[in-house]
Write a protein that binds this ligand. Structure first.
Ligand code: ZN
Length: 511
């Protein structure tokens, strides 16, 4: 085997691996762009051995074993990518050569990231639906597709066999609502995971949509005739489309899509403020959700009011953002050209959006704070969340959601309440609340118990503090940064909590 062949084999293995993750398990490990890069490299190598490797590769992954298989009468192919004008030109001349036709009709549509389906009708009756699978064999998802809202079950005046193909997807805004618990990587995976359910009732509960783009078995000749027919039969079709016959027309459509903010730019929908545990108001831009490299981006950090002034960011602006890792994306640039005239300048709020108190700007700092440290719900909840987080006490099973849950039930209003939760639950029927059972309650109480402050005598703590060069004071004030707590912390513990002093257990003290 030559080096090139070895490289090809390695690339093919990688691609197969990611295909299974993407198409079968709906858990991709790499972005779409990274995947495309692998495919491109493979195609480059294979292009050097045209006699060995046919240019038409199989798409997707073999069908999921849990579903019965459906053989496609005509293979379902995937889309080829073009990254620049040259790629598009090559594509166009290839088609013209293949069809031996110089005048061709091209229908342009923005790509919606979903999964392809095929639906079979016999004498107008919906009888079967399948996924693409590997392009030749798909998975039988008839019952699942039947639950999609508005999917036609009967077609008027249709005789014989008719096959409709299209895309099933979840809209960006529906995805944000569905994915509150970060179950899915992106809308495409959510759509695939929702469709491929053995229990069609689960599929029915998901906000799946579809549109149709192809018809096999009809009399229609051109793509525009097909789309008209599909619409007449009652199918949804992609509304953003344009018919052209030239490269210029295709590029014009691309630029239109690009410039009309349809799916490539970021549009600031509004600005929200997060109040942190120290009371600082952080402005965050709410973006019209956009799918970038398989990740749905809907927020960008604005840092503080100086930053907003400096970059002159306004509501409705089109912005360029930078995303790095899991960090909330940053706004790099604002496009002034696309701003509507008379868009008002940004005004930072004078009151806390959470509790309505007048905010204060600390001298010499850009940060604006809500002063109601002990009354502002947002600050209290953020403090509680921090306390139980990995960075602090790391109480397993007591996360952000549970903190909000117990806060709203008046069971945890301050840090002290966490350690007396067990007593409080004597008088509260937690098992009666949805999501809680005997076992999960026992687990939670155990994990709180395990993080309970470890015994350490006061004298011992003082000696250690002195060794470490810390100033030991026998009374607490708001200036105290940390309190080392023993097993029975008593009144000082309580006071420290009220003052917002951070409390260390023995483990942390050793650090
Ligand atoms: Zn507040």
């Amino acid at each position: 085997m030559t080096n090139l062949e070895k490289m090809r084999e390695k690339l093919q293995d990688q691609i197969n691996y990611h295909n299974v993750l993407y198409h079968q398990k709906n858990k991709p490990e790499i972005s779409d762009a990274e995947y495309d890069e692998l495919k491109k490299k493979l195609a480059e190598i294979e292009a050097q051995f045209p006699e060995i490797y046919a240019t038409q590769d199989s798409v997707g992954a073999p069908p999921d074993e849990r579903f019965s298989k459906v053989e496609h009468q005509e293979p379902m192919l995937s889309l080829e990518n073009a990254y620049d004008e040259q790629d598009v030109e090559k594509f166009l001349s290839k088609i013209k050569r293949f069809l031996i036709e110089d005048k061709i009709e091209i229908l342009c549509e923005p790509k919606i990231d979903g999964l392809s389906f095929s639906a079979i009708y016999e004498d107008g009756r919906f009888v079967k639906a399948a996924t693409r699978g590997d392009g030749f064999l798909g998975e039988d998802v008839t019952h699942n597709v039947a639950t999609i809202k508005g999917f036609p079950k009967f077609l008027q005046g249709v005789q014989g066999r008719l096959e409709v193909r299209g895309e099933i997807y979840i809209s960006n805004s529906d995805f944000l609502k569905l994915n509150e618990n970060d179950e899915f990587a992106n809308p495409r995976n959510a759509a695939a995971g929702s469709l491929k359910q053995l229990d069609a009732n689960i599929t029915a509960s998901r906000p799946l949509r579809y549109f149709a783009y192809s018809l096999i078995g009809g009399a229609e000749k051109s793509q525009s005739e097909i789309l008209n027919k599909l619409e007449a039969l009652g199918f949804c079709v992609n509304e953003h489309q344009s018919l052209t016959s030239s490269l210029d027309g295709m590029l014009k459509f691309y630029n239109e899509v690009y410039n009309c903010r349809y799916n490539l730019d970021y549009d600031i929908d509004g600005i929200v403020y997060k109040v942190g545990r120290t009371g600082v108001l952080t402005p965050v831009a709410d973006l019209v959700p956009v799918n970038i490299g398989g990740v749905l981006v809907s927020r960008a950090s604005l840092h503080n009011q100086d930053e907003i002034k400096r970059k002159d960011i306004r509501e409705g602006d089109i912005v360029t953002i930078k995303r790095a890792g899991d960090v909330i994306p940053q706004i790099v640039e604002v496009s002034r050209d696309s701003r509507l005239p008379n868009t008002p300048e940004f005004v930072f709020p004078g009151v806390c959006p959470e509790c309505g108190s007048k905010v204060r700007q600390v001298e010499g700092e850009a940060a604006v704070r809500c002063p109601e440290e002990f009354a502002c719900k947002a600050q209290i909840i953020e403090k509680l969340k921090h306390f139980v987080s990995k960075d602090a006490f790391d109480i397993v099973g007591l996360g952000d959601k549970q903190i909000e849950f117990f806060y709203d039930l008046d069971l945890i209003k301050q840090i002290h309440d966490i350690f007396t939760l067990e007593e409080k639950l004597d008088e509260f029927n937690l098992e009666g609340q949805s999501g809680w059972g005997e076992k999960s309650i026992a687990n939670l109480l155990n994990s709180i118990q395990s993080r309970r402050l470890l015994a350490m005598s006061r004298g011992e703590a003082k000696v250690r503090a002195k060794t470490l060069g810390a100033k030991v004071s026998s009374h607490l004030s708001a200036k105290t940064d940390y309190l080392i707590a023993g097993e029975k912390p008593g009144s000082k513990y309580k006071k420290a909590v009220e003052l917002g002093v951070e409390i260390l257990d023995e483990d942390q003290w050793h650090k």
